[in-house]
Design a protein around this ligand. Sequence first.
Ligand code: SAM
Length: 224
Amino acid sequence: MRVDVLTLFPGIFDGPLDQSILLKAREAGLMSVEVHDLREFAEGKHRVTDEPPFGGGGGMVMKPEPVFAGVESLKGRFGPGKVILLSPQGERLTSALARQLAEVSHLILVCGRYEGVDQRVADHLADLEVSIGDYVLTGGELPALVLIDSVARFLPGVLGDPQASSRDSFEEGLLEAPQYTRPREFRGYTVPEVLLSGDHAAIGRWRREEALRRTRLKRPDLLD
Ligand code: SAM
């Protein structure tokens, strides 16, 4: 999978992409991520990328021309791609959406800033608007990183254990059962006996019951 990111702040991506599983995925050629400075696509001596909103109201709005030019340039160089505008008004990012996006071979992510992006980008350029939750962040860079990370986990070969993502919370509409590791006893707190029994059928039943129990308790909306 190829991911191109268009942003006014490319430096934000230094670090998160260069650690742990995302680094390994990139090194193994399972996912390539390239971050592009939107200013490179802005015209004029000052490469202006934002202007005050028509109708007043304060703040600045990202101009459409650099975003259109950036996306068109990336499509010209790397072929067709699904254009995603990160926006608090978009479709909520879920495990199911991340799994769907992992099937796409080329994603182009557009990160907004300031008061947002000229509406013509959402209306005439983006294929999809994606939100990472009902709160407003200062920019689309962290949402883009969240999207990249959640999608990467569904790419074949990225997780050491190919079954790992299918046991996680939200798969099968449930939260995952609790996990324990050594020591068996810590400050008097013990581990459920069944997990030490070696009886895999019983462990499977316990995990299913626990997954149901904690989903009912913490996220009853998932059972609806
Ligand atoms: N004025 C906009 C509104 O009320 O809908 C919010 C603009 S926000 C300050 C600036 C940019 O951050 C947005 O264009 C978007 O790219 C990004 N952003 C903020 N919150 C987000 C969220 N929850 N999910 C995805 N992107 C978000």
